[in-house]
Design a protein around this ligand. Structure first.
Ligand code: NDP
Length: 494
């Protein structure tokens, strides 16, 4: 991979420039400095990559590799990720502006993801079915889908990519991935790893470029069998429409508006600390961020006062600033969107308790936004209903458990949520009542590759991680084998 001479398309086992020579400069959002130059792929480049992936799939070198060996390969990828962790984390921190420690944690999670899918690659051999006829061998087998189009966002570039690449390869598919145009470098590095470890030519392809040019080819091309996308709701809808024309399988992870419900009997210090973590970790650029704080009215005043005090002391800084506790937003455009989102929330009646600005003069070079708390929100406030995707926590209060559940479910999204209480029965009832794909009780944010991740309602379709995360990249085939063929007699000879 050679970022600075801009031959960053990885197609059919070789690095190449865009067919028209176009390039894009990548900027670090924490410092405003140039990080590198990558090729800006075109629709023709994307079609070339799909053709290579199709050839590789049809050729069968990877899909016919025994599943256990495909698993071993993924375990080697995990080991290589561990060996090159510092290099990968640095590249991720430069592209996203996130703090190096956060990028390092992401790299550990990525290695775990490859390890998990490596271990379960051969765990789904199919099953025998009793056809009710002793002469029949009836079995269901799980086969790869074919060419997978993988489209990933900028907040956790390689983590989101690994949730797709690892199961796609475990299942025996080939793929073309389009990383966000803003954060391509770690996806290029993983292509290098896959190639160096000997993945057959054409199985893994990367085309950097925009959603409109490269992404749109992946979602509409008739040789792409499934599309897995992580990103915003509007883009997810456009992708679903485009994929419908060729009736592709789709998996969509479209973010959320995630409630964090605090009962009065909760462990106060842990709930407060985790409320900060839920909303402000990674500058709130997390699809599962707990930005909708729903706190019991009896403790709300003290809780929110303490939250504001703690939020005010959070130190913003670039990826390699060791004093920093949180990083920037991804781009100037995104900061403008968050600014507008907060302004609309305030205009609709929310009380701005802290933040709502871009930081001091020392933050001018990057795209920072100060941790923000919007208090006294009503349920219909746009800041409560929309995914702000920034470090902004909205506050609502409740009196009864029923009211807390109703508020927490009053959203078109359903990705994740949390409940804080020391009462087992309350925890059980509320966690079952929340219409969200992941629910934490007395915690926020942890996920494990063994457990499914995905959304209810408009947070998406399908699941990543867990056994279902592998099944997304497989299709079931029923093979009905009659070992004693006989005349049926339905249409007798005249
Ligand atoms: P998008 O959802 O638009 O982008 C995500 C990816 O999809 C990028 O790779 C993008 O390409 C690609 N893409 C865009 N349009 C198309 C298309 N028509 N066909 C195929 N691929 C396409 O995210 P944004 O950056 O615009 O962010 C918008 C909002 O999405 C955020 O404010 C946030 O609310 C939400 N979001 C949610 C994420 C999550 O984790 N669920 C992650 C990121 C954002 P390109 O390189 O051109 O951008």
């Amino acid at each position: 991979m050679t970022s600075n001479n801009a031959e960053t398309l990885f197609i059919d086992g070789a690095w190449a420039p865009a067919e028209n020579g176009a390039t894009r400069t990548i900027i670090c959002p924490g410092t405003g400095e140039e990080v590198g130059t990558v090729s800006e792929g075109t629709p023709a480049d994307a079609r070339r990559a799909v053709a290579a992936a199709k050839r590789a799939f049809d050729d069968g070198a990877w899909r016919r590799t025994p599943a256990a060996e495909r698993g071993d390969f993924l375990l080697r990828v995990a080991a290589e990720m561990g060996r090159r962790k510092a290099e990968f984390a640095r590249a991720e921190a430069l592209d996203t502006g996130k703090r190096l420690v956060e990028a390092e944690a992401d790299m550990d999670d990525i290695a775990s993801c490859f390890r998990y899918f490596g271990k379960i690659a051969d765990s789904h051999p199919g099953r025998l079915v009793d056809a009710g006829n002793p002469a029949v061998i009836s079995r269901v087998v799980y086969e790869p889908v074919g060419v997978c189009g993988l489209i990933t966002p900028w907040n956790f570039p390689l983590l989101q990519a690994s949730w797709k690449i690892a199961p796609a390869l475990a299942a025996g598919n080939s793929f073309v991935i389009k990383p966000s145009e803003l954060t391509p470098h770690t996806t290029l590095l993983i292509a290098e790893v896959l190639n160096d470890l000997g993945l057959p030519r054409g199985v893994a392809n990367v085309v950097t470029g925009t959603g409109a040019d490269v992404g749109a080819v992946l979602t509409s091309h008739e040789d792409v069998g499934m599309v897995s996308f992580t990103g915003g709701l509007a883009t997810g809808r456009a992708i679903a429409e485009s994929a419908a024309k060729t009736v592709k399988k789709i998996a969509l992870e479209l973010g959320g508006k995630n409630p964090n419900v605090i009962f009065p009997d909760a462990d106060y210090d842990a709930a407060l600390d985790n409320a900060l973590n839920a909303g402000f970790l990674d500058s709130g650029l997390v699809c599962s961020a707990g930005t909708r704080l729903i706190v019991h009215e009896s403790i709300a005043r003290r809780f929110v006062d303490d939250l504001v005090e703690r939020a005010n002391s959070i130190v913003m800084g670039g990826p390699f600033d060791e004093s920093a506790q949180t990083g920037p937003l991804i781009s100037k455009e995104h900061r403008d969107k968050v600014t507008d989102y907060v302004n609309r929330g305030v205009a609709a009646g929310a009380r701005l308790r802290c933040g709502g600005h871009w930081g001091g003069a020392e933050h001018e070079a990057g795209f920072f936004y100060a941790p923000t708390v919007l208090d006294e929100c009503t349920r219909d406030n746009p800041a409560v209903q929309e995914e702000g995707f920034g470090p902004v926590i909205t506050v609502e209060t409740f009196r009864t458990e029923e009211e807390a559940i109703a508020i927490a479910n009053d959203t078109m999204y359903g990705l994740s949520g949390a409940v804080w209480t020391t009462d087992m029965a309350t925890a059980n009832r509320v966690s079952r009542a929340l219409q969200h794909g992941t629910v934490w009780i007395n915690d926020y944010h942890p996920y494990i590759p063994q457990a499914e991740w995905g959304g209810f309602k408009m947070s998406g379709i399908g699941r990543e991680l867990g056994p279902s995360g592998l099944e997304e990249y497989q299709q079931a085939k029923h093979i009905y084998h009659n070992t004693e063929p006989a005349v049926t007699g339905w249409f007798p000879k005249a």
